[in-house]
Design a protein around this ligand. Sequence first.
Ligand code: GAR
Length: 222
Amino acid sequence: MNPKCRTVVMIGGNGSNLQAIIDSSALSSLIDIVGVISHRPKAYGLIRAINAKIPTSVVDHTQYTEDAFNHALADVVQKYQPQLILLAGFMRILTPAFIDRFAGIILNIHPALLPKYKGLHTHQRVIEAGDSEHGATVHFVTSELDSGPIVAQIKIPVYPKETAEELAKRVLVVEHWLYPQVIQWFAQNRLKFEQKIVTLDGKRLTSQDYLLSLPATQGIVS
Ligand code: GAR
């Protein structure tokens, strides 16, 4: 049997995506979460990691300039010798120096249908714009914020009079299924990001391939 994919999860908050990754039965034989790193010392996700007996590290962004933070973070990440780095509610900008050091192995989940709504407060912005659709995207990370190549997306409808909090909750249900699915592809060596090109099963991914549907068993989101 192949050794499991050494995976580091980087968080900054509640860590519900981290929990979904920890709990995924499909991932348990494929990845080894060797470390969880938070940029906030009080992130609840750290407790989730400790409960799952996963080593944790904190690199508190308030103690550094942006460059020094990225440098310190890269050194901590390197110690875990990851083959895959997952951003899961990690809310700091990564510098090109950081990203170059871990080229092709950083994935992010973003609560919007990229390339729409990069950045923060996506749910509120979707509601204010009167959009009828919203969703979540997993993409490889490059030095441009929320702009790396998309791997997969799931769309959900926006309900009339829905609040940003209600919408965020439904998007999280989608995220908790979507992220483990993409991680599974990577850990099985099916998904690759090399020479700026993303391939799945040896075939270049195009925008027609991005859209996935949530299995009915994952809760009512539409
Ligand atoms: C998730 O919705 C994730 O997509 C988002 O933060 C939330 C973290 O939730 N990430 C970003 O906005 C990154 N730009 P969690 O801590 O419960 O996983």
